[in-house]
Ligand binder design. Structure first.
Ligand code: FES
Length: 286
């Protein structure tokens, strides 16, 4: 796991962002876009490193700043990606940007998925909606180093077919013979030929073995809340279940106290946690 890399604090000021340039925008769903970008400064761009699971603060000049995970994989370093759901002032401003627009970027922050722990294990990825964003960073990381991991199951769902994010990834993983990809929707439509049912229910049907396995879960709070008991029923211990939490973060570095849940700071101690670490408050917060 890693923490914020101080080399990337602009001029030594932790709150001063670097300039990044939007290079491509992908319309994922009517309310979700993925932005491909690069740091403007060539030297910083070359030196920049991050790990799957880390997040950053992104800003629109004159509007404000918001945290999002880095949704691309460090194994594909020619650009970075983050996905944004249009829900508020900053996210609406980000959705108004075009290719070539400049944004502020500071990070990477937080810990990351524990690759050493995951090595050699069967991996079960469970995602819902835009919650696939942090998972896809790790999934591509795993698939780009396929030999060092065992079986890979992915169970991903959204409310309706239109709400499925990263459809190009879902197709690629579906074609990959080393991956068991299961996509589901809560409500189908006339064109939908896949599974219908909420993610925890479909996960129970898929019934991955807990033996030598780890489950990585990310999605809406209600999905997370109902997925952990299913995994427990399948024999997963709390230490074998990982998730990444989202909180309204401000400083991103454990200073402002905005992101605490119980006695942990999501920005500093997370955003990646095992269920063992958070199970005492997950039912009230999630
Ligand atoms: S965002 Fe400031 S302490 Fe976590």
């Amino acid at each position: 796991m890693t923490v914020a890399d101080t080399r990337f604090f602009a001029q030594g000021n932790v709150y001063l962002p670097h300039i990044a340039v939007i290079e491509k925008i992908v319309e994922e769903t009517p309310g979700v876009r993925t932005f491909h970008f690069n740091l403007k400064d060539e030297k910083l761009r070359e030196e920049f490193t991050f790990a799957s699971g880390q997040f950053a603060q992104y800003s629109v000049l004159g509007v404000g700043e918001a945290p999002f995970c880095i949704s691309s994989s460090p194994t594909r370093p020619d650009h970075l990606e983050f996905a944004v759901q249009k829900v508020g002032k900053v996210t609406n401003a980000l959705h108004r940007l075009g290719v070539g627009s400049e944004i502020g970027f500071r990070g990477p922050y937080g810990n990351s998925f524990p690759l050493d722990y995951l090595k050699g294990k069967n991996l079960v990825f469970v995602g819902g909606g835009i919650g696939l964003a942090p998972l896809r960073s790790l999934i591509w990381n795993v698939l780009d180093n396929r030999d060092i991991y065992n079986k890979v199951d992915i169970v991903y769902g959204a409310r309706t077919p239109v709400d499925l994010c990263f459809k190009y990834d879902l197709e690629a993983w579906d074609k990959d013979k080393t991956v068991n990809m299961v996509t589901t929707v809560d409500r189908g439509d006339d064109s939908w030929k896949g599974k219908v049912g909420v993610v925890p229910k479909i996960l129970e049907e898929v019934a991955p073995s807990a033996r030598e396995s780890a489950a990585i879960v990310c999605g809406p709070p209600v999905m997370i809340r109902f997925t952990f008991p299913v995994l427990e029923k399948l024999g997963f211990a709390p230490e074998q279940m990982l998730t990444t939490l989202e909180k309204r973060m401000k400083c991103g570095i454990g200073k402002c106290g905005r992101c605490n849940i119980g006695n942990i700071y999501v920005c500093r101690d997370g955003p990646v946690f095992s269920y063992a670490q958070i199970k005492d408050f997950v039912s009230s917060e999630y």
